[in-house]
Design a protein around this ligand. Structure first.
Ligand code: ADP
Length: 494
């Protein structure tokens, strides 16, 4: 990455984006478009098609036709693998262009976006491409005279609804395994972050994916997302986003064809720091990065800091120092560590959480305000609130912004109790040099992932998914494949 190239790319005009249905760029059926505003400076970047329910249904019809005639599922695995590997190569070859486009759209700092977006999207597509010809069916231990074969069949048409924080990475988590297993896909990007994902879908076609196998429809969740959810012709819905939308998707499934629904929802992840942590300075720096990078718009963000009471004041001071030192601003500058908040509405919601926290007895140690308003962009200072009781709003509700709530604890049991005291169960962290305690904490914290003496670190090799109201099912790893296959038993008399 070099700043000169980024600066050249940011000057390029962004074309209008249309849906991609059956390999064709098509406008909304009523011609409507939505403005795309850059959160970095509030300027109009471009327009995208504002889809209608009819557009979504056209995409689903195209996906169904592609699935039924087996133009993709019916290809030799080696051919599908080649296409997906080519796609990963194209993503990598266009990585900077994709990253800059995505950052102009959603405001994530480029230093993180480059790695997390085209970087992990390419790695994810490649992982599933390489896996697809190594996944065998099974032969069951049946009685003599019977052959019990277990086939892994694609589910059919997969609808994927994607959020705005990491559109390419999360999109790849769904598209990679879905396409590898021979499904057709209809994608619904988020209103405020569709551009890089749409470009990535174009690249899939350049790589040789047959038309109709991967379709993408932009527009409002309540319109095109709802049409996808209610469709009688979508076999599985995979989603990352808010709990409210997740609930709606389950309702849509119940109201239509009982399609499978897999949800990756929010979190209120506890980061638990014991006095015996091996390196408290490192713990403080990682705690700050774990909540403030991408302006806190990370589902696994360590948004609750639980600190052993004996080190509370010193540790909070160290995290506050790290927070104040973080460079907030222009997301397209390489040195920026905290980019823009995705939208003005999200920024207002973040500030509202700070107000509520103060009203409930919290103490703002640093931040708590909008900054850099003269840029026209949506920036918030990394914010730390102490004195957050385990039942306070800030300890219970996901902010999805750069706001860290701090709660002291006295004992390991108390820490586990507080860590598990929300409806969520996505991620968590533990800092201790005591190996036995680390294992007890890993077992005690009810989440899909627990980090020990670190926080974060994306890798497609491990599963990602939550428990409780953080969702069900897993993205990443070979376990994600389960969402995209049906097991069929063939029971054969010999
Ligand atoms: P966030 O708070 O992260 O924006 P949302 O759940 O609102 O979370 O958005 C995540 C995705 O869900 C976006 O692509 C959005 O368009 C979509 N979405 C929002 N509302 C609905 C809905 N009623 N039906 C289907 N999809 C929706």
């Amino acid at each position: 990455m070099d700043q000169t190239k980024i600066d050249a790319l940011r000057m390029q005009a962004v074309p209008d984006f249309k849906h991609l249905i059956n390999g064709q760029h098509v406008a909304a059926s009523d011609g409507a478009t939505m403005d795309v505003v850059s959160p970095a400076d509030g300027t109009l970047l471009t327009r995208v098609a504002k889809g209608t329910a009819a557009d979504m249904n056209a995409a689903i019809t195209a996906a169904r036709a592609a699935f039924e005639d087996r133009r993709w599922a019916g290809q030799p695995p080696a051919t599908r693998k080649k296409v997906l590997l080519k796609w990963a190569d194209l993503i990598e070859a266009n990585a900077l262009e994709l990253a800059v486009l995505g950052v102009r759209d959603n405001g994530t700092e480029i230093s993180m976006a480059f790695r997390a977006e085209p970087g992990s999207a390419a790695a994810t597509i490649r992982f599933y491409a390489e896996a697809l010809d190594k996944l065998y069916g099974e032969i069951a231990p049946t009685p003599p005279g019977i052959l019990g074969m277990i086939h892994k069949e694609p589910v059919g048409v997969v609808g994927a609804i994607i959020p705005w924080n990491f559109p390419m990475m999360i999109g790849a988590w769904k598209m990679g395994p879905a396409l590898a297993m021979g499904n057709s896909v209809v994608l619904k990007p988020a209103e405020t972050a569709s551009l890089s994902l749409m470009r990535m879908v174009e690249l899939a076609h350049e790589a040789g994916l047959p038309p109709g196998v991967l379709n993408a429809v932009t527009g409002e969740g309540a319109v095109v997302g709802e049409a996808m959810g209610l469709s009688m012709d979508v076999d599985a819905l995979v989603f990352t986003g808010s709990g409210g939308t997740g609930r709606r998707l389950m309702t849509y499934a119940a109201q239509s064809n009982l399609k499978r629904v897999y949800l990756e929802l929010g979190g209120k992840s506890p980061n638990v720091v014991f006095a015996d942590a091996p390196n408290l300075d490192e713990a403080a720096a990682v705690a700050a990065a774990g909540i403030f990078r991408n302006a806190g718009q990370v589902c696994v963000a360590g948004s609750r800091l639980l600190v052993e009471a004996s080190i509370h004041d010193d540790f909070v001071a160290a995290v506050a120092k790290a927070a104040k030192a973080m460079r907030v601003g222009d997301p397209l500058k390489l040195e920026t560590q905290v980019g823009a908040v995705n939208s003005e509405a999200q920024l207002d919601a973040n500030l509202g959480f700070v107000e509520t926290a103060m009203a409930e007895g919290g103490n703002v140690v640093t931040g708590g305000t909008r900054i850099l308003q003269d840029t026209g962009g949506y920036y918030m200072a990394p914010t730390i609130v102490t004195g957050v009781t385990p039942d306070a709003t800030l300890a219970q509700k996901e902010v999805f912004g750069p706001v860290l709530g701090v709660t002291p604890f006295e004992t390991e049991e108390e820490a586990i109790g507080i860590a598990n005291s929300t409806v969520y169960g996505l991620a968590g962290g533990v800092w201790t040099a005591n190996l036995s305690r680390a294992h007890r904490m890993v077992a005690g914290i009810r989440t899909g992932v627990v980090h020990v003496n670190t926080y974060g670190g994306p890798d497609v090799a491990v599963p990602m998914g939550g428990v409780g109201q953080s969702g069900n099912g897993h993205d990443k790893s070979l376990h994600a494949i389960d969402k995209y296959i049906n097991l069929k038993t063939a029971w054969i008399k010999l």
